[in-house]
Design a protein around this ligand. Sequence first.
Ligand SMILES: [Zn+2]
Length: 371
Amino acid sequence: MNRRRFLQVAAAGPITLPEFHPKSMLHVPEHPVARAKFPAIDTHTHLFGIGRKYAPDSPEARAELAQTAKYMDECNLETLLNLTGGNSQMLLAIRKTMSEFGAKFLTAAEPVWSRASEPGYAQWQVEELKKCKQQGAVALKILKTLGLYLRENGKLVAIDDPCFDPMWDAAGSLDLPVMIHTADPGAFFTPIDSFNERYEELQRHPNWSFYDHDFPPRSELHAARNRVAARHPKTTFVYLHVGNDAEDLAEVSAWLDRYANVHVDIAARLGELGRQPRAARKFFERYQDRILFATDASWDAGKELPQQDLKPGMYRCYFRFLETDDEYFDYAPSEVPPQGRWKIYGIALPDDILKKVYHNNAARLLQLRTI
Ligand SMILES: [Zn+2]
């Protein structure tokens, strides 16, 4: 562009945010990682379409698992844990389809929230959880439903409501780690305005915001979850998404120090961890026995192929973050960063920590073979 043309374009006024796609001028070493260094267990995935869009015994479900199995071999993923497994009946169908793929896929169970306000629920849910275990469930998944959606007579049910105490205890005695998602990123609890670091994400999904209305403060949701972990020391809790406070690793560290039964997964928080690589590296060193490799990957056989092909790309962002000391790279393979406009830095974990994070920590919790 000659100088006159450049001045014309510049004079046309500021571009809009969606039009802004700066290309980094940095020349820095790049070390893409195609396969995880050790066989990885992804403890946080959602199979069968988001929200179990299609039946687990449908042709779509089989096609999805077949495609996923191929990606797993390409990326050195040994096992995926499907978290949204539903009740014991649903698990029966899920396990049937999964078993066609050897030991590649595992599933968690979920509480039956729709019955939570019925009399006798507490004991009923305990019996139901036993059935889920018999159907092969290896964990119990708690969606953010608890704390943000589940209501009784219009009022939100507290995460530490005593009606769930028997369920938390049963999960412990059945050796089912509780994979608990509580609250959401900090930006989802502040106004959607020009100060919000996830502004574009919230523009795309305004219903992900919990700012205003009658939602409790995020700190209270975290505190209620912590009270549950404190009350049930024999039950293992995995706080998903770095406890949904990856923005504040000092706070998450305090939780891990206080509650010996708590672990965290790193699903969908590369954007936070990779923006603070020095703090993240220390965090991984200190809690190397309690951090699980996880992505929150979901597949959707209804979507056309280019979308599906992003999945190995997504995994490779995680591998690069964990294994290399590359600088200023994308945390997701999409053109527009899905969460916020930031880049990340790798933390180059040593092999002994990588082996634990990729595999052995999860293997221990899920009673699989360690390496
Ligand atoms: Zn998830």
